[in-house]
Design a protein around this ligand. Structure first.
Ligand SMILES: Cc1cc2nc3c(=O)[nH]c(=O)nc-3n(C[C@H](O)[C@H](O)[C@H](O)COP(=O)(O)OP(=O)(O)OC[C@H]3O[C@@H](n4cnc5c(N)ncnc54)[C@H](O)[C@@H]3O)c2cc1C
Ligand SMILES: Cc1cc2nc3c(=O)[nH]c(=O)nc-3n(C[C@H](O)[C@H](O)[C@H](O)COP(=O)(O)O)c2cc1C
Length: 779
């Protein structure tokens, strides 16, 4: 086969090596605009896992690489004056030039022809090739030439960065976060050979401009940064190599192949350097493409197989990288944090690194986090939490006004559609009672409607007639009498989503018989064939407000510890807040101030009626999930600020379900960053919710300051004893178990301890062999 490769970077060279190795008769030419030694940048970094992957692909290359790299295990984060270390991260650094020299030599030894100093500007060099490979990097010529087929998108990210080097050696992978008079600067520093360290500086665009770095020459940039980092550099110089300030381009392509042309590495997709994987990904692409040819496939089939095999991994990596780079973009948000929390937030910024994952790597580090957390719960909340043998963060108490929760776990509100004329019955008693027995600190009722006509469905629960008080009191008394849980009633009016069928007969589908008239902020139907709601007039508003107040009084009478006003998910109050459903032209529509006017009237009235010692939560949809329109995280912060000013104690940060145009980005803990933004920027406690499924995630969220409480809905339907199980898993003996269940407690704790032991052994066995070990084995 005749193969022409544009670009002698890691992707192009490694692919050439692998193809030539499997079939020496392949005629392979690589075109490279630079000379063999004039590469940009300094070192690249790999993780243990990455390097063990390459072992199988080409042992000769692997041996050379392992001989050349610098290895380290620790991460050190320097934040303001603190230095915190976490072990067990296993990284290897290597000069980019060294890596390329190794690959060049191996390729040429196998008979690959590399045409250096050949800048490709048209397709002539590729004529007659059976396969054309675009391994030509982030500004790929081939991608641009065939852009109508590849359909690339380039998302220029917000921060500015420059890639420098220094002769100063650092032991661990070092991250330095520090401010000066212009703003914050972030350094990623890693040694890739003795006396050779990559030194990437990242900053916010505003800081960059204030510092005059937008107009600075390379020498001026160095002078500025050497002054800023004089204490860290200890007399060493910063080194340049085409070190210009850039924004990171996040490259994606709808297709990676067209005819006999295929994109590899950065040409196809970029992965931002803060998760350190661009070179790894380029090399893995090369492995995947070579493998696709290993089965004697025809070119088009092999290219399709390569793309199908790589897409899911790349999708995941790019998602991880996006989260990581957003941490930097939003880093100003974390500046009020104490160092322990700042560092934990940083280390756990991608979803893959969690509380337990960090504990496996470095037990002592996480024990330090637990101790710090216990201390701050003592200081900020006045609880007598043990510092020496502290519980995991999720098992620390939390106070809102006079209500004290035993732990951070919440059973999220879940409609049961099983009430009759709003009255809860034995189903609700068993359902909610079971959840309370299961150990959560706080249990929510389902969305409970403030009027008969405010129900979503005929089966929805209500708090609109006196008989409801007694029925709910029975449940509240069971919860208080048989568990340590507190109980919150979520009060709501369904608005535009009212008079619909119960979920299992057709969620949001209008009732065919027995429907009642519905109201909303504006007269637009939820579905095309839904009932058209009446746009509320002042009299409707007065009635709804008074219904909320009456329901709140009844909730107090029934003994509830807290109420939540449901201002999310497109129901009545939510329909005012989002401009996508609020089309009003009066003082209740338009600006955020106007859209919040009626929801705040309700909150004000309810706050007055609800006892001062009891807290009020408000659930919001912190984004409408419509790009560039409606509510987004920033507006959610404004919403939370005014809710706080009007007496809300905590914001339950949900998202979406406000418009059919929503395009939610689902994933693990997918709404948690909104909770973090609201909590840190509006300065109000929050509840995180949405696809949070493990106790590990709960601990990560709480310890990182992404929420004060964590609500689980569906996981509780599968396992109402989620908290008891988590307590056993962590060996947390203080968790309350009902007396009737005490015989199970010691068994659960013993079984959990055994399971933890075997899990740890299995993980240890499956772990990538540390590169140091592989290096010895290779020698
Ligand atoms: C600041 C920064 C830090 C990074 N840190 C790391 C890290 O720590 N670890 C890591 O793994 N990755 C890191 N990367 C990413 C890494 O450099 C790239 O992801 C990786 O090099 C991609 O390999 P590639 O072969 O696809 O492209 P490249 O390495 O960019 O190679 C493409 C080659 O094609 C050549 N070329 C392009 N156009 C033409 C043309 N028209 N004619 C002829 N030749 C052409 C170029 O000269 C180049 O040699 C970092 C990137 C940046 C910007
Ligand atoms: C069966 C069911 C009913 C729900 N009913 C309500 C509700 O009454 N009020 C509400 O605010 N959210 C409701 N939700 C949303 C949940 O409270 C929660 O926000 C959502 O399910 C995401 O959490 P999860 O991933 O843990 O399930 C409901 C969810 C489920 C699964």
């Amino acid at each position: 086969m005749k193969i022409a490769i544009n670009g002698a970077g890691p992707a192009g060279l490694f692919f050439a090596i692998l193809m030539k190795k499997t079939e020496p008769r392949h005629d392979i030419a690589v075109f490279e605009r630079n000379g063999p030694d004039d590469t940009f940048g300094f070192g690249v970094v790999f993780s243990d896992e990455t390097l063990s992957n390459f072992m199988g692909a080409d042992e000769a290359t692997f041996r050379e690489i392992t001989r050349a790299f610098a290895y380290w295990d620790d991460i050190e984060v320097r934040y303001r004056d603190a230095r915190i270390r976490a072990r067990g991260h296993g990284f290897a650094g290597l000069g980019r030039k060294k890596l390329l020299n190794i690959l060049q030599a191996r390729a040429e030894a196998l008979g690959v022809r590399i045409h250096y100093r050949t800048d490709i500007t048209d397709m002539r060099p590729f004529e007659g090739a059976d396969l054309v490979v675009g391994a030509d990097g982030v500004n790929s010529f081939l991608r641009e030439r065939f852009k109508e087929h590849f359909k690339p998108a380039i998302d220029m990210r917000k921060t500015k960065f420059v890639w420098l080097g220094t002769t100063k050696s650092f032991g661990p992978f070092t991250f330095i976060f520090k401010p000066n008079e212009h703003g914050w600067f972030y350094v990623h520093a890693y040694r890739y050979a003795e006396g050779q360290t990559t030194w990437i500086v990242e900053t916010h665009e505003g800081t960059w401009r204030r510092a005059g770095l937008d107009k600075a020459s390379e020498a001026e940039t160095v002078a500025y940064l050497e002054k800023l980092y004089a204490p860290e550099l200890e007399g060493h110089r910063l080194l340049t190599n085409k070190s210009i300030w850039r924004s990171f381009p996040m490259v994606t392509n709808e297709a990676w192949h067209h005819d006999n042309i295929v994109l590899l590495g950065d040409a196809a997709h970029t992965v931002q350097f803060s998760i350190g994987s661009g070179t790894k990904v380029a090399l893995e692409d090369a492995v995947a493409l070579a493998e696709a040819f290993a089965h004697n496939r025809a070119v088009p089939d092999a290219l399709a197989a390569y793309e199908a095999a790589r897409r899911p991994d790349i999708g995941r990596l790019q998602a991880s990288a996006t989260i990581s780079l957003k941490w930097y973009e939003n880093a100003l948000r974390y500046n009020a944090m104490e160092p322990q929390q700042y560092v934990f937030s940083f280390l756990s910024r991608t979803k893959g690194v969690t509380y337990e994952n960090l504990r496996l790597r470095d037990n002592e580090y996480v024990a330090g986090v637990d101790r710090w957390w216990a201390g701050q719960v003592r200081r900020s909340q006045g609880f007598d939490v043990p510092i020496e043998n502290p519980p995991p963060p999720m098992f620390t108490p939390f106070r809102l006004r006079d209500m004290v929760l035993a732990n951070r776990l919440v059973v999220s509100p879940m409609c049961q559609y099983s009430a009759e004329d709003g009255t809860p019955n034995d189903w609700h008693m068993v359902h909610l009672g079971g959840m309370a027995v299961g150990g959560a600190g706080l249990v929510y009722t389902e969305m409970t409607d403030v009027s008969r006509e405010g129900r979503i469905t005929p089966g929805c629960a209500g708090m609109y007639k006196d008989a409801h008080v007694a029925a709910w009191r029975r449940i509240v008394e069971f919860v208080h009498g048989n568990s340590k849980a507190k109980i919150c009633m979520q009060l709501a009016h369904a608005g535009q989503k009212g008079a619909t069928k119960v979920a299992w007969e057709g969620s949001d589908e209008p009732l065919e018989t027995g429907a009642w008239p519905i109201i909303s902020a504006s007269a637009t139907p939820w579905l095309k064939h839904s009932q058209v709601p009446k746009a509320m007039d002042r009299a409707d508003m007065d009635k709804v407000r008074d219904d909320f107040v009456r329901a709140a009084r009844r909730a107090d009478e029934a003994g509830f510890d807290m109420i939540e006003l449901h201002m999310a998910h497109g129901y009545l109050l939510s329909s005012f807040i989002t401009p996508l459903s609020n089309l009003r032209r009066d003082e209740y529509g338009g600006s955020l101030e106007n859209r919040m006017r009626f929801p705040l009237e309700v909150l004000d009235a309810v706050r007055t009626a609800w006892p001062a010692g009891k807290p009020i939560s408000v659930r919001i949809s912190a984004t409408d999930w419509v790009e560039g329109e409606g509510v987004d995280g920033d507006e959610a912060v404004e919403i939370a600020r005014v809710l706080k000013a009007h007496g809300a104690d905590i914001i339950d940060v949900s998202a979406g379900q406000t418009t059919l145009r929503a395009k939610p980005v689902y994933g693990r803990m997918f709404q948690t960053l909104l909770s973090e933004q609201v909590r840190l920027e509006a300065g109000i406690p929050t509840i995180a919710v949405g696809n949070i499924t493990t106790a590990d995630q709960v601990n990560t969220i709480v310890a990182a300051g992404r929420a004060d409480l964590v609500a689980l809905a569906r996981p509780h339907l599968t396992n109402s004893h989620f908290v008891l199980e988590a307590a056993a898993h962590y060996g947390y003996a203080e968790q309350h178990w009902p007396n009737q269940y005490l015989t199970a407690k010691s068994q659960a704790m013993r079984l959990a301890a055994e399971k933890n032991r075997t899990d740890t052994e299995l993980r240890e066995a499956a772990k990538a062999r540390p590169v140091e070990e592989l290096k010895n084995a290779a020698e």
